[in-house]
Design a protein around this ligand. Structure first.
Ligand code: ADE
Length: 232
């Protein structure tokens, strides 16, 4: 096992789907995988490996925020040889034309997290998606008739903003939506020369104040997982 993951070597597939919520990982495994086997229960961060259309694939929760996903991504890559890390999560819209239930591919992830400022001594690193995974995801979405939007997202360290207007600066610069992990994932993947992509479903809108219901979140989550599983 590694420091935070209880799996034995070889128990995790080269491609892994990473929701923030470990119970989502359980749901993905039980809904989409054949023969799912649980490989991690440490800290309740459930992880499973199974097959999808004959291809070996894993899923595991990451927790919330850049530090949490960075720890898991680091161990998955360096201790278990994972090569394709696909975040599947929710996001809040920053644009009028990015509507709730839309699926967004994060081409790049801006951030207010201090992690990369520390890492690069005050300079800016631009965390970006893997080109190959991005192209494959756009092709899978087209084949399944799932409309997508793509662009820059914000990985924020703050869910409950003091300043309710703070999003407008990012919005003005074309940032599509806010979530909390993609910048961490893309940076760790870049460091280890492996592939990463964040596929997001819009669950709420900072612009209109709308929210999806939990039932709607389940349905829209399915479209996103269907795209992600084609990358295995
Ligand atoms: N994930 C879903 N909605 C979000 C929001 N409004 N802020 C940060 N992360 C989110």
């Amino acid at each position: 096992m590694s420091v935070h993951i209880g799996a034995k070597k070889g128990e995790i597939a080269e491609t892994i789907l990473l929701p923030g919520d470990p119970l989502r990982a359980k749901w993905i495994a039980e809904t989409f995988f054949d023969d799912p086997k649980c490989f991690n229960e440490v800290r309740g961060m459930l992880g499973y490996t199974g097959t999808y259309q004959g291809k070996r694939v894993s899923t595991m929760g990451t927790g919330m925020g850049v530090p949490s996903i960075s720890i898991y991504a680091n161990e998955l890559i360096t201790e278990y040889g994972v090569k394709n890390l696909i975040r599947v999560g929710s996001a809040g819209s920053y644009q009028k034309d990015v509507e709730i239930r839309d699926v967004v591919l994060a081409m790049a992830a801006s951030s207010n997290s201090g992690v990369n400022e520390l890492r690069f001594g005050g300079a800016n690193f631009a965390p970006t998606a893997s080109f190959n995974l991005f192209i494959k995801a756009t092709e899978a979405a087209r084949a399944k008739n799932i409309p997508i939007k793509a662009g820059n997202v914000l990985s924020s360290d703050i869910f409950y903003e003091d300043d309710k207007e703070a999003y407008k600066k990012w919005s003005k610069f074309g940032v599509l939506c806010v979530e909390m992990e993609a910048a961490g994932l893309y940076t760790v993947a870049a460091k280890h020369n492996v592939n990463a992509l964040a596929i997001l479903t819009i669950s709420d809108s900072l612009v209109t104040g709308e929210h999806t219901t939990s039932k709607e979140r389940e349905t829209t989550f399915k479209s996103m997982i269907e795209i992600a599983l084609e990358l295995a």
